[in-house]
Design a protein around this ligand. Structure first.
Ligand code: ADP
Ligand code: MG
Length: 215
């Protein structure tokens, strides 16, 4: 299964979600490959900051031929997680085409909802070529007890795409763990952050095993 984390907007949580998801899958015993497809190389920097044993391999593949090269490499793994590039549509397009499931992180802000339209368009374009491609919005940095998240769910409903029931809240644990090249399931396995990312990982796996098109 190849999961691409994509959004043309920067700073929405692509790298945070990709790293923490990969860690959940790796800790559950799956063979995980992590592809840093963003020329900025944030995930490569994360892995360079890590002193602990690697949980999974991180390779840098910020190139528009990713979808052609990845299938050969992916066969040795149970799960491949792609941390997608923002802005450059050539790179995003290739990462989307390489994926079985695209997750689109969206922060609870109208700017994020509006900006998601471009990524949705790229996914729809890719679906012309790859009919089985699934996609799902994931709300990230939700602030508990605010009405904003509800408004964002409603606004996302206007797009032709499914929305994950599992979402992530605004939590300092994500940045704190990243500082040491670690994931929240490693630094704080009993935390709310670990619980919510594990729930998201399970939700995504269930999406891949259901026949119905997710979006
Ligand atoms: N759920 C969250 N709670 C708190 N901070 C977050 C969360 N998700 C992302 N961040 C922070 O937001 C910033 C941007 O996240 P990042 O994953 O780098 O986004 P992207 O890869 O889309 O550019 C980082 O500083 C990261 O630590
Ligand atoms: Mg990033």
């Amino acid at each position: 299964m190849i999961i691409g984390v994509l959004n043309q907007k920067g700073g929405v949580g692509k790298t945070t979600i990709a790293i923490n998801l990969a860690a959940v899958y790796a800790r559950s015993g799956q063979r995980v490959l992590f592809v840093d497809a963003d020329p900025q190389g944030s995930a490569l920097a994360w892995s360079a900051a890590r002193v602990a044993e690697p949980l999974f391999s991180v390779v840098g593949m910020a190139k528009p031929t990713l979808h052609k090269e990845l299938p050969h490499m992916a066969s040795d793994y149970d799960i491949v997680v792609i941390d997608g590039a923002p802005r450059v549509s050539e790179l995003a397009r290739s990462a989307i085409l390489a994926s079985d499931l695209v997750i689109i992180p969206v922060q609870p802000s109208p700017y994020d909802v509006w900006a998601a339209a471009e990524t949705v368009r790229l996914v729809e374009e890719a679906r012309q070529i790859k009919e089985t491609l699934k996609s799902v919005f994931v709300v990230n940095r939700k602030i508990v007890n605010t009405a904003l998240a509800r408004a964002v769910y409603d606004a996302l409903g206007n797009f032709n795409g499914s929305i994950s029931d599992a979402s992530l809240c605004q939590r300092v644990a994500y940045a704190e763990s990243a500082m040491q090249g670690l994931a929240v399931v490693e630094t704080a396995p009993r935390s709310e952050a670990a619980r919510e990312i594990t729930t998201l990982a399970q939700f995504l796996t269930s999406q891949m095993t259901t026949k119905a098109r997710a979006a």
